[in-house]
Design a protein around this ligand. Structure first.
Ligand SMILES: [Mg+2]
Length: 177
């Protein structure tokens, strides 16, 4: 029987943080760089600017033009030949993002069955064999095998296989295929 993999969107398939930092700096006049967020999140590091952060995320088109991480399309397409691939995004965190996220997935991953898109909140209910996610809170809730996608904010997280790129994911899941 084929095993199943759920894949997170933001900061796993999509370089969300790059656009967040760019627009956050524009809105606040700050000049934050990604490496300033080692083991930190904007939301907790700059509580006085949480409104600016929320406002940019609530723009209905924010998630529509995010860059796809290198090799993600090619490797997901390969995974899809050997596993049942699902996309699991905590879209409930930003309910205005649904349309843009759906359109983004259809544009970049047209080979995936939209019936395999899971727009959710808490990923403890996702019953796939694997979950690839950058968020340790979601991996902790998940009951299968969690794979931690490396991100600047999760540098001190331990207890999961850490992957640094889609080439790492290819190696982990497809080395023997
Ligand atoms: Mg994520």
């Amino acid at each position: 029987m084929r095993e199943s993999i759920a894949i997170d969107m933001d900061e796993v398939l999509a370089d969300t943080l790059k656009k967040v930092i760019f627009q956050f700096n524009e809105a606040t006049g700050l000049s934050i760089a990604e490496q300033d967020l080692y083991d930190k999140k904007l939301r907790t590091e700059y509580p006085e600017h949480v409104d600016a952060l929320n406002n940019l995320l609530l723009d209905k088109s924010f998630f529509r033009d995010l860059e796809v991480f290198p090799d993600a399309v090619r490797v997901v397409e390969r995974l899809n030949e050997h596993y049942d691939v699902f996309i699991a995004t905590a879209a409930m965190d930003v309910p205005t993002s649904f349309d843009a996220k759906y359109a983004w997935l259809r544009e970049h991953f047209p080979f995936l069955d939209p019936q395999h898109f899971i727009f959710c909140g808490y990923k403890g209910i996702v019953a796939t064999d694997y979950l690839i996610d950058d968020n340790p809170r979601q991996l902790k809730a998940f009951k299968g095998t969690g794979i931690l996608y490396n991100a600047i904010h999760n540098q001190s997280v331990e207890g999961y296989t850490r992957v640094n790129s889609w080439k790492d994911i290819e190696q982990y899941f497809l080395a023997d295929k």
